[in-house]
Write a protein that binds this ligand. Sequence first.
Ligand code: 4NP
Length: 160
Amino acid sequence: MALRDDDAVLFVCLGNICRSPLAEAAFRSVIGEYGIAPQIDSAGTGSWHVGHPPDPRAQAVARRNGIEIGHYRARRIGPEDFARFRHIVVMDHANLDTVRQARPSGARAAVSLLLDHVPGRVGEAVADPYFGDDEGFDLTWRDVHDGAHALARRLAVGEI
Ligand code: 4NP
């Protein structure tokens, strides 16, 4: 197996109540298929929802896909995360800019967009579903599901 012990993965969005908890959940659910067992967490760049469970619509779409995330709690990304995680995987470009600016020079963490790992979707964002409807959350789930499989495959084969 190509995985190194230090291949920890942190998923990041704005609030840590919609996209990144869903990415975390999707990734946790697929890593076994790829024979990898990295440390996994998620965080937001904003602090409005710190300590809150995922948005009820995010909990619902996870449940529709067989995963319970009601026990997750939002937190904000901090400087220590750039040392703790080898991969910081971000949902959209605004948060990518924020994370890149916060990244200490020489930090071990590699920063990417989730959909950068999906063939044919390099540079695409996972759209923010917060101000939309339930259909938006189904689209979010499809994106994070595809991203989770692609990321797990790349880690498993040692491509990243
Ligand atoms: P997330 O969605 O970044 O996917 O967790 C959002 C959650 C909260 C807000 C915006 C986006 N907000 O403005 O409070």
